[in-house]
Design a protein around this ligand. Structure first.
Ligand SMILES: [Mg+2]
Length: 191
């Protein structure tokens, strides 16, 4: 991908499902291990709070959000549940294509309806097929080359929020969605 223009309007308008990779996209890719109680191991990941609101704004615009990751971690379930993400798929074999295909079949969507935000090689099969392939700033060269849009922010530091805003702006939905979000928070204002 060359320079970072706006997401093409028609491409953006076709999107009904935003698929997010987790490690390196929703996080900086770091996985922290700590010795837990009774000889167990604790695993920690850091999520960016502004990405969470970005996901909520996409949902508010009627776009479904899915997590599709090649590792299994209870933390991902927790973060997804907190954000109202219903499609959470964790495949330790990192075979993402059949997972996304199954979602599309179930929802009767085609590939044009899919945006995929990605960073590494396991994402390539989905990236090559989806209507809006997106790379985060820290993506490997193959992923960046296959994307039609790239965030300036790296995964775990607002890349998902940046993409959410760019997608909603390209669709002409940003002002409406933000307006309704803010209006709901005017409760208690004196007028
Ligand atoms: Mg990744």
């Amino acid at each position: 991908m060359a320079e970072r223009d706006a997401i093409p309007t028609e491409t953006a308008a076709a999107v009904k499902l935003v698929v997010l990779d987790v490690d390196g996209v929703m996080t900086d890719g770091g996985i922290y291990y700590a010795a837990g109680p009774e000889g167990g191991t604790l695993e920690l990941k850091r999520f960016e709070i502004t990405d969470g609101l970005g996901i909520k704004l996409l949902q508010r615009a009627g776009i479904e959000v899915a997590f599709v990751t090649g590792r299994h971690s209870e933390i991902v379930e927790m973060r997804g549940r907190e954000l109202g993400v219903r499609e959470i798929h964790q495949d330790p074999a990192a075979k993402k294509l059949p997972i996304v295909r199954a979602i599309l079949d179930r929802k009767a969507l085609d590939w044009k309806a899919v945006a995929f935000v990605s960073d590494d090689l396991a994402d390539m099969p989905v990236l090559k097929r989806c209507g809006l392939p997106v790379a985060v700033a820290n993506a490997v060269p193959e992923v960046s080359a296959a994307a039609i849009w790239q965030t300036t922010r790296p995964g775990g530091s607002g890349a998902v929020r940046e993409f959410a805003e760019a997608l909603l702006r390209a669709r002409g939905d940003w002002d409406t969605v933000v307006g309704s979000y803010l209006a709901e928070r005017e409760v208690g204002a004196d007028g």
